[in-house]
Write a protein that binds this ligand. Structure first.
Ligand code: RB5
Length: 149
């Protein structure tokens, strides 16, 4: 099992069901799922789950992270505070593809109260099947990284 095949999944209490649906979906596509919970519906703050997933991506343990909360926004904000993380919230497949192609995003955030399950799975597929284009986009990603130091 290599990091290049591992995807960490996390959420807050609002999005457990969708997270599990995404886990099952990406497993059928050959990804190794690292689901770090939570496993119960008890209220739990999204920042700690965003951070935990982001640390596994930033350390190189997982190639990508997919995180969820009610809107996708709060958990994305937390994840983006971890150095090396580029996470976007997506509610459409175009954006999901573009954050890989142009921004070299390594994490995707989805809002369970914003999109239904069918669209969420399409968004995940768009994100995971797109490739970073490099070139002029690499220079811009380097500018983002420079903001971290
Ligand atoms: C939890 O109710 C809610 O605030 C959270 O899931 C998310 O929407 C935050 O951004």
């Amino acid at each position: 099992m290599t990091a290049s095949n591992r995807i960490v999944l996390s959420s807050d209490h609002a999005a457990i069901e969708l997270r599990q649906a995404i886990a099952a979906h990406i497993a059928t596509r050959g990804w190794t799922v690292v689901d770090i919970g939570p496993m119960t519906a008890e209220s739990t703050p999204y920042p700690k789950h965003g951070e935990a997933a982001a640390r596994l991506v930033a350390s190189g343990d997982c190639r990508f992270g997919i995180i969820l909360c009610g809107t996708g926004q709060g958990i994305m904000m937390a994840a983006n505070k971890v150095k090396g993380i580029r996470c976007g919230v997506c509610s459409d497949t175009f954006s999901a593809r573009m954050i890989r192609q142009h921004n070299d995003a390594n994490m995707l955030s989805i809002g369970v109260r914003v999109v239904g399950q069918g669209l969420a799975l399409d968004i995940v597929d768009a994100f995971l099947s797109a490739q970073f284009e490099g070139g002029r986009h690499a220079t811009r990603v380097e500018m983002i990284e420079a903001l971290e130091s």
